[in-house]
Design a protein around this ligand. Structure first.
Ligand code: AMP
Ligand code: GLY
Length: 431
């Protein structure tokens, strides 16, 4: 069958997905809602928001869409997959009762606890006074506070003193800085170690692990500044050794899929394992129910399979027949942001030089926040503007290539971290 595909989302992750879908021999037409100026080069963008489920369903029906791929967390946690399925539409992503793996931190912590999946020690609170009482009794700092629900990656506070932690409880639970996400809160033991992101395809029973990646969440060099959606990534992670892989296969990956099934919440789609490689071994920091952004930008270009075949196998429960393969190379993504991100920044600034990467093998620019202005120029339209990605035969070469490519693209207030992939050198020194 030659398919028409709809992708829901508008970031660099969705651009990477759309770029990969465009290479599938099974696909003749791609739409993206709402998309962005970069996605428009591989898909027809339609002005429907990711949370406008009824409009998306109508669009899918009117345009005979064969498969809809949900890129973002909000619609998944909100139950978009159930809405599509109820209308008889084929859709890739977890149902609401499985997307809770990302949508509720207390759910995921209780799941790990019940099924002995290694994670940090924790307690769940729905009452601010009880949380403060616990902090006073525990008196072990730093300590980590997490708003239960989705909070744009910002609902996690690491507190170094009791005073900070009490302020944190009030911020989350009393002032509701993260909205209803803070009705429930998790207080968690602080862990140390390297962080690794591992993405996987899941069909309810079978799990296939993708190549590893590492994100840079803080805004400034040296992991200083505020948390962001992610300022850059590299893949694979040199810290994701065969021993780590073996441990995670034994205690984390299949165990999570089996636990969800046992709870009557079979998971179909992408599970993103946020791991901390602690001195005591790998521990789960968090789960996400979709591709990471900007992890997708370095993982997807290295994937050899036809992504449509893999996604269909997830929907049909035939993932055991798929052999997932990745190139034996490396990729680095440097995010070009607008100065001031993640707090406040200007939009609408023209971007030049994008065409430099057009026909270059192994170089990609995935758009995160861009649009066309009335003169049909591509302009900035978000805090994270572009993900400049390059492959290389190894991580160092990929990093050199990616940073070279960042100099070809210009816009006012362009800002990037200069130390994406610094851990590559640290890994070398450790060996
Ligand atoms: P999360 O959204 O749960 O991944 O948390 C965001 C970031 O906070 C993580 O990527 C870690 O850098 C940090 N973090 C979360 N939980 C812990 C923990 N228990 N110990 C140390 N750092 C943590
Ligand atoms: N890059 C981390 C995330 O997508 O949540």
């Amino acid at each position: 069958m030659i398919m028409k595909v709809l992708i829901v989302g508008s970031g660099g992750r969705e651009h990477a997905i759309a770029w990969k879908v465009a290479q599938s021999s099974k696909v003749k037409k791609i739409y993206c809602a709402p998309g962005n100026a970069g996605i428009a080069s591989v898909a027809e963008c339609v002005p429907i928001g990711a949370m406008e489920f009824d409009k998306l369903v109508s669009f899918a029906k009117e345009n005979n869409i064969d498969l809809t791929i949900i890129g973002m967390d909000d619609p998944l946690v909100g139950g978009i997959v159930d809405v599509f399925e109820a209308e008889g539409l084929r859709v890739f992503g977890p149902r609401k009762k499985a997307a809770i793996l990302e949508g509720s931190k207390s759910f995921s912590k209780d799941l790990m606890n019940k099924y002995n999946i290694p994670t940090a020690k924790y307690e769940v609170f729905t009452d601010a006074d009880k949380a403060i009482e616990y902090l006073k009794k525990e008196n072990d700092f730093p300590i980590v506070l997490k708003a239960d629900g989705l909070a744009l990656g910002k609902g996690v506070l690491i507190c170094n003193t009791l005073e900070e932690a009490i302020d944190g409880v009030n911020t989350i639970m009393t002032d509701k800085k993260f909205g209803s996400a803070g009705n429930t809160m998790v207080i968690e033991e602080f862990m140390t170690g390297r962080e690794v992101s591992v993405l996987s395809f899941v069909d309810g029973n079978t799990i296939r692990i993708m190549t590893s990646a590492q994100d840079h969440k803080r805004a400034l060099d040296g992991d200083q500044g505020l948390n962001t959606g992610g300022m850059g990534t590299f893949s694979p992670s040199p810290f994701y050794t065969p021993e780590v892989d073996e441990f995670c296969k034994k205690y984390i990956y299949q165990a999570t899929v089996d636990a969800m099934k046992a709870e009557g919440r079979p998971f179909k789609g992408i599970i993103f394992f946020g791991l901390m490689l602690t001195p005591k071994g790998p521990r789960v920091l968090e789960y996400n129910a979709r591709f990471g952004d900007p992890e997708a930008q370095v993982v997807i270009p290295r994937m050899k399979n036809d992504i449509i075949e893999v996604m269909e196998a997830c929907i049909d429960g035939t993932l055991d027949k798929i052999n997932l393969e990745f190139e034996d190379n490396a990729a680095v993504c440097v995010v070009l942001a607008s100065e001031g991100y993640p707090v406040s920044y200007e939009k609408g600034l023209p971007i030049t030089g994008l065409e430099e990467l057009d026909d270059l093998d192994g170089y990609y620019v995935f758009h995160a926040g861009t649009k066309f202005n009335e003169k049909n120029e591509i302009v900035t339209n978000g805090g994270r503007v572009l993900g400049v990605v390059a492959k290389g035969c190894n991580l160092k070469q990929a990093r050199l290539n990616a940073y070279a490519a960042t100099t070809w693209i210009q816009f006012d207030n362009k800002y990037m971290r200069s130390d994406i992939g610094k851990a590559i050198d640290e890994a070398e020194e450790e060996n």
